[in-house]
Design a protein around this ligand. Structure first.
Ligand SMILES: [Zn+2]
Length: 321
């Protein structure tokens, strides 16, 4: 197994590339504390040989992985969980209470994804997903903590992108592992060290009010950095929080404007593309248009799908879920 891209930060934090679709699309974060390790998110089952190789390179034995933490159970984050449990014999899986049963019995999760992608494409992108022994699963409700060899990790329930989403505050680095709650930020869009961040409103649980509240809750801790699954460390968080709030409002406005259009997917996707291109120009991004489109295509498609799903939720039912 060749070594995937690995970026090392302070405080024993590293990003290991999940090799999901393209390099620097999805990261698996490693937190190493005096010889004991935790992983935050797993990529897919195809990402895990690369993780094992990266750990070996760092002289961290498989037995030293104490926790595999999932920010949420979307399959680009959780698809590699069962393979992790196989390779890391002492690891416990730490997951939001709403996600735990799906990890013990992934049939519904897999069926949902197969419904979207088709059997062959699902197998190609995600591989095999096996049930995980319930005895190895730790549910992490709001404000619970785990102890990583003396290092305290605090779990916050942060809905908005998904209702089974935790963000993890690491007191040592005063930073958050934010999964998808603090948006996505591809390093290719960095200009003079300043990042470009967009929200992710993918199906099927996007909830704008909750998304705003979760961003504010994260910022309440005045974190130094956020480690995004897509893609790793960003600073300038106050500035990005403001822009996420603003872009979330723009997403909702675009969706509502397209409510009665015949082809909402196309109308919303092209409005989102315009929005992002405008913001990228302001940001000073000089990437050629085709490269920009390539980087944003799948997020635009998913954001549009999630907005349509949100539009179609009867208000009353949505409240009860
Ligand atoms: Zn997600």
């Amino acid at each position: 197994m060749s070594l995937p891209l690995v970026i090392d930060y302070e405080h024993g934090i590293s990003a290991i590339d999940a090799q999901f679709h393209r390099p620097k699309r999805a990261a698996i974060h490693l937190i190493a504390e005096k010889g004991v390790a935790a992983l935050v998110d797993t990529g897919t089952s195809f990402s895990i040989p690369g993780v094992a190789a990266a750990l070996e390179q760092k002289s961290i034995p498989a037995e030293a992985v104490a926790y595999v933490i999932l920010t949420h159970i979307h399959l680009d984050h959780a698809g590699g969980a069962s393979e992790c449990m196989r390779l890391f014999p002492n690891a416990k899986l730490v997951v939001h209470p709403r996600g735990a049963s799906h990890m013990a019995n992934p049939a519904r999760l897999v069926a949902g994804a197969v419904g979207v992608y088709g059997e062959a494409e699902f197998k190609r992108v995600y591989g095999e997903i096996y049930p995980i022994d319930a005895g190895r699963i730790i549910e992490a409700p709001d404000e619970s903590r785990i102890d990583l060899n003396g290092r305290s990790l605090l779990f916050l329930d942060t809905p908005g992108h998904a209702r089974h989403h935790n963000c993890i505050y690491d007191e040592r680095s005063q930073s958050f592992f934010t999964g998808d709650t603090f948006g996505v930020s591809y390093r290719e869009f960095d200009v003079d060290g300043l990042e470009f961040v967009i929200p992710t409103t993918s199906p099927v649980q996007f909830d704008p009010a909750a998304a705003h509240a979760s961003i504010d809750r994260i910022m309440g801790y005045q974190p130094r950095y956020a480690y995004l699954t897509h893609y790793s460390q960003i600073g300038h968080l106050a500035r990005h929080a403001q822009s996420l709030h603003d872009l979330l409002d723009a997403h909702v406005e675009i969706a509502q404007r397209a409510k009665n259009e015949e082809d909402r997917q196309t109308v919303i996707a092209s409005a989102l593309r315009e929005l992002f291109l405008q913001r990228l120009e302001k940001h000073g991004c000089r990437l050629p248009l085709d490269a920009t489109d390539e980087l944003l295509r799948s997020d635009i498609r998913l954001n549009a799908q999630g907005l349509i799903h949100w539009l179609d939720q009867p208000a009353e039912r949505f409240k009860q879920l």
